[in-house]
Ligand binder design. Structure first.
Ligand SMILES: *Cc1c(COP(=O)(O)O)cnc(C)c1O
Length: 481
């Protein structure tokens, strides 16, 4: 091997690796299959130019041509890592937040995953009627399932609940007045603000009542010949407690009916079957809203329904058909992968296998004793693997899981949390090391500890979780003393 030497500035640039040399480095070869030749060549040019400026900036250089190629290889690997690391990847959700919006909300059922891959990913009968050979209706089966599960006459599916609300308001109440309680002018989960959606849709918002109390008379008194709709919004993750009052949906719907206006409820999460959620007294059950007289109701596909991101509109046939004919529907309609997953998810709801099939429901239904047992077994296995000398210390503590997604904020299922601490790493560094694992592990930080809640971890992921925690025990620490 050539010894490291100091080169003087005039000869340094002759040592600069060529783009070809950089492309032949072992690091570049590894990347080439994913990045492709063109992108890799661009990256090699960037590396070469970075190296040139680095060398120009130093009066002396210690190294060899070979060491420069190694540096270039490492640099190209870093560049590729930086530009590809924000791509989508599977993660382990150890936060205990069941509907975690940043982690993709509801994990799909096995049936929904299969439907995406086996039924929808290739050519499929998206808008094709196999019996007639003519054009069919997109999402027809999913829509029929939605009506079956809610008791509504008709249904239509769009990209998310925000799109559903926007479509309802744009189609049904342009240039007319929509009455809404001041207690429901909420912002939900980042950027969905009821007053903004109303304004953008062209509707004119008429606020009634106060933040904590709104009565039926407030609505009655606000109705004019320009009123087209009463809007009720489920405040989701926001609660007004104490001295509060609001009319029932049935009372509002009766008022709407008697004055010839539309009763619309934005339910947000939407419970399909109240048997699945004992603690969720505050979440609207969609079929009950329809029974109470709502003309149209919107809810999300990826909250308590446990399916893909989608917005489901159910209501009277006349209203839903107006929406289907509107040009805005064309811009908001759901794609085939979503429809396949939603169809499979709603099929589970329609049979009596929803709690077994759908991860969100399963995670909510799991009994405290079962979680406790599972956590104990896991900690036993993990301690064995870590061994006695491990810098990682495990403790169990009582806490709560969270439903998340703005759903049922008052329901806080009891949880047994595994708290991790590391002899040489602080909680943030340990948390970062878990995020750097493959697949990344997302934990929760509380009271200066890294906390793991197994409720949201699939039993199939336990091996990966153990491996990730064991690897953090090996994270090098720098002794600054
Ligand atoms: C969550 C929520 C929305 C937004 O739903 P997305 O599917 O995220 O667009 C709208 N309204 C209510 C009441 C909600 O809870």
């Amino acid at each position: 091997m050539e010894p490291a030497k100091t080169a003087d500035p005039s000869t340094i640039f002759k040592m600069l690796p060529s783009v070809d040399e950089i492309l032949r480095s072992p690091q570049a070869r590894v990347i080439s299959r994913r990045a492709g030749t063109d992108r890799l060549t661009q990256l090699a040019r960037i590396v070469q130019s970075d190296l040139r400026s680095k060398l120009a900036g130093s009066s002396t250089f210690i190294g060899t041509e070979q060491s420069l190629i190694t540096d270039a290889g490492n640099m190209i690997a870093e560049l590729w890592e930086a530009e590809s690391s924000d791509g989508l990847c599977r993660v382990i959700n150890a936060t205990g937040v069941i509907i975690h919006t940043n982690l993709g909300r509801a994990p799909l059922s096995a049936q929904a995953r299969r439907a995406i891959v086996d039924e929808a990913a290739g050519y499929c009968s998206l808008e094709f009627d196999l019996s007639t050979g003519k054009r069919g209706r997109r999402g027809a089966r999913a829509e029929r399932l939605a009506t079956q599960l809610t008791g509504a006459e008709s249904a239509i599916i769009v990209n998310n609940c925000a799109a559903a609300a926007f479509l309802v308001l744009s189609v049904l109440a342009p240039d007319s007045e929509v009455i809404v309680s001041r207690g429901e002018l909420v912002e939900i989960g980042g950027d969905f603000r009821i007053p903004d959606i109303l304004e953008r849709s062209g509707a004119k918002m008429v606020e009634v009542g106060t933040t904590n109390r709104t009565r039926l008379e407030d609505f009655e008194n606000a109705i004019t010949e320009r009123t087209r709709m009463i809007l009720r919004v489920h405040p989701s993750n926001y609660r007004i407690i104490g001295f509060t009052e609001k009319p029932t949906l049935a009372d509002l719907a009766a008022l709407a009916l008697s004055t010839g206006i539309i009763m619309y409820e934005d339910a947000g999460s939407g419970v399909l079957n109240s048997d699945h959620y004992e603690d969720f007294a505050d979440e609207p059950v969609i079929s009950e809203s329809i029974k109470a007289g709502a003309d149209v109701v919107t809810f999300s596909g990826d909250k308590l329904l446990g399916g893909p991101q989608a917005g489901i509109v159910v209501g009277s046939k006349n209203i839903v058909e107006q929406m289907r004919r509107h040009p805005l529907y064309r811009a908001l309609r759901a794609d085939k992968l979503v429809i396949a997953a939603l169809e499979a998810t709603m099929e589970s709801h329609a049979r009596d296998t929803a709690v077994e099939d759908i991860p969100v429901l399963r995670m909510l239904a799991v009994k405290d004793a079962e979680i406790a047992q599972r956590t104990e077994n896991f900690v036993g296995k993990l301690s064995d693997r870590l061994g006695r000398e491990s810098p990682i210390k495990l403790e169990l503590s009582l806490g709560n899981s969270v439903v998340g997604g703005g759903s049922a904020p008052d329901a806080r299922p009891a949880a047994i949390l595994i708290s991790l601490s590391h002899k040489n790493l602080n909680d943030e560094t340990l948390d970062g090391a878990l995020r750097a694992a493959a697949p990344p592990v997302i934990a929760r930080i509380g009271d200066g500890r890294v906390l793991i809640d197994l409720r949201t971890v699939d039993p199939n992921e336990e091996e990966d979780l153990i491996a990730a925690i064991c690897d953090t025990a090996q994270v090098p620490t720098h002794d600054c003393g």
